[in-house]
Design a protein around this ligand. Sequence first.
Ligand code: GDP
Length: 461
Amino acid sequence: MEFDTIAAISTPMGEGAIAIVRLSGSDAISIADQIFRSPGAKALSNQLTHTIHYGHLIEPTTGDVVEEVMLSLMKGPKTFTREDVVEINCHGGIVTVNQVLQLVLRHGARLAEPGEFTKRAFLNGRIDLSQAEAVMDLIRAKTDRAMNVALGQMDGKLSRLIATLRQALLETLAQVEVNIDYPEYDDVEEMTLPMIIEKSTWVKNEIERLLQTSMQGKILREGLSTVIIGRPNVGKSSLLNSLVQENKAIVTEVAGTTRDIIEEYVNVRGVPLKLVDTAGIRETEDIVERIGVERSRQVLKQADLILLVLNHSDELTIEDERLFEAIHGMDFIVVINKTDLEKKIDTQRVQELSGNRKIVTTSLLQEEGVDQLEEAIASLFFEGSLDSNDLTYVSNARHIALLNQAKHTIEDAINAAQAAVPIDMIQIDVTRTWEILGEITGDTVEESLIDQLFSQFCLGK
Ligand code: GDP
């Protein structure tokens, strides 16, 4: 396909040693030739592909020098978008890079929409939709593990698995047709139904396996939302501080509806924790008394992991017991803090209240026990399932929703086959499953969805 030539700043806004303005499209090279001068060198259109050139950008109408640059020349189709691509490496800094962008826009390029480079890669058939989404995940990835998941997906691991499932469904549908059209036996259903059940069950199991890994995928990308609760003065702030200090904290500002919430991301042995800000923690101090057990349950429900802090040197109070009630059934770790002080807590009762949950003892004052807590967090998360490397992770909310839909439609097919419903009804469910799975890779998606997806990308990607 031929599109117009787009341009955008492809590096983050702000001060940096270099910044890159990227051009893609059939006029990318001729636009660059108008504004680039390298003494004694041939025009870019006569240069070899995948080469780098030193020179100056000039305003051709006045001859004024705009910038000293390095220019990468990449002729299609062996490029990210499969089109001709020119990347102008200029000095970092908001003013310079904007001047360069303005210059290329004045000479025939159009400002790219967010995600438009990746969209072209998709439209030109270089990557499928799940791979395009992986590019986005890669930009957002917060830990090495999350990055590996995104890289695996970009590499097409998920796409290949989905393709295998769709192929199996297609073969099933074909086989059904053959059985109906050329019955070797009198009773077509007798041989067709078991085959549908067998194949569909296999597909269903594979989908379930993918969904099982999807939760971890989401967490790897977005961080395990973690809330520290406990009575006043047990050491919640101290715990937050030591987790942040020991682990590299990445502070991200997320625009909230009423105020800006600061979320602290810490990387605990490969598990990204999204710790709520201290204001959030202060709110949970007397959460049970202030807003009642019902409401506090709802607040806590949004957390993936709860750290319940108790005081080793205090007897358990009714408040502590209420906190246990409030987090019943959730993933939590009990932290008994202040072990440097005299013991007054009834550990047996704590064990009873905790069920088989992990209990860690700490003295945050003496910096003891945080290692064990980190280990408990990591093992809770990685319990067996994440160890094996050959799993294909699903980390994208859209993929998870589609996989859930596909699981339901294939279950409908299995149930219908078991109830010996007429075969053409079952075919509808199998076909629907095939279509839904195709939406993950973009084989069966509508134009509007594609536009919406790509608009979520950063500018310049
Ligand atoms: P929060 O109200 O639950 O956030 O508790 P803080 O973290 O503010 O701690 C309350 C007080 O307990 C502070 O004076 C801390 O220095 C102290 N503290 C925290 N951890 C320990 C500990 O392990 N041992 C002792 N002795 N004091 C601690």
